[in-house]
Write a protein that binds this ligand. Structure first.
Ligand code: ATP
Length: 217
């Protein structure tokens, strides 16, 4: 049962999570609370269509993501992209969630950098037929012309999003954290400690392993 009534409201945050960090987790938590979502699913991308394939395996990236969520109510790792053959297109991921839960409202969370590049995503227009999109601010990234035009087209319907299952672009005023996986990988490659940039459980895994040593991506 939803916090808002009978409809299930599911948030979806797709990412490479190489590694997962507080810039993913804190804004997602704030979106969950602001929109009264029942659940947030973190979906580790398996075969990354929009960027070079990371050297770290999907299993490792998913394990770290799981470790980040341990003990956190209302958050789960969703392994469906790991189980699917071929490029991990978000449109396929949302379509399969929609099929599983036809009555649910889906909210796909993404940072400004992702929205700016959405026109390069496979069948991106269909995302709006499958889910709402929820924009999270990100320091160092401002909306480009394309993202601004999307906000004009889909953005003026925050009220309507509460009544519908898909089709709105919402902006949530999330805490701006200047954290990226790229910067954390660079830090680890220099032998640095990512304390407070990632949950302690993730830090422990990272410091126990050598996957990010000599990492140049
Ligand atoms: P990389 O540095 O490897 O590109 P990343 O830090 O951008 O990684 P991803 O896993 O690629 O992390 O991001 C998944 C989603 O989370 C994207 O929609 C991205 O915009 C969003 N995101 C990542 N970091 C932040 C942040 N600090 N604030 C807001 N959104 C973020």
């Amino acid at each position: 049962m939803s916090a808002r009534g009978a409809r299930l409201n599911i948030g979806v945050l797709g990412g490479t999570f190489d590694p997962v960090h507080v810039g993913h987790l804190r804004p997602a938590l704030e979106v969950k609370s602001a929109l009264a979502l029942d659940q947030i699913r973190l979906v580790p991308c398996h075969l990354t269509p929009h960027r070079p394939q990371p050297a770290r395996s999907t299993a490792l990236r998913a394990d770290m993501t799981q470790a980040a969520l341990d003990g956190l109510d209302g958050f789960v790792v969703d392994p469906r992209e790991m189980r699917r053959e071929g490029p991990s297109y978000t449109v396929d991921t949302l379509a399969s969630m929609r099929e599983e839960a036809p009555e649910a409202a889906l909210y796909f969370l993404l940072g400004v950098d992702s929205l700016n590049g959405l026109d390069g995503w496979h069948r991106w227009r269909e995302l709006f037929a499958l889910s709402h999109l929820v924009l999270m601010r990100r320091p160092g990234h401002t909306l480009n012309g394309f993202a601004t035009s999307l906000i004009e087209e889909y953005g003026a319907c925050a009220e309507r999003a509460l009544q519908t299952q898909a089709g709105c672009l919402l902006s949530v005023d999330t805490t701006e954290l200047r954290v990226s996986s790229t910067a954390i990988r660079a830090l680890l490659a220099r032998g640095g400690d990512p304390q407070f940039l990632v949950p302690d459980s993730v830090r422990t895994l990272l410091l126990d392993r050598t996957d990010y040593q000599d990492c140049h991506d």
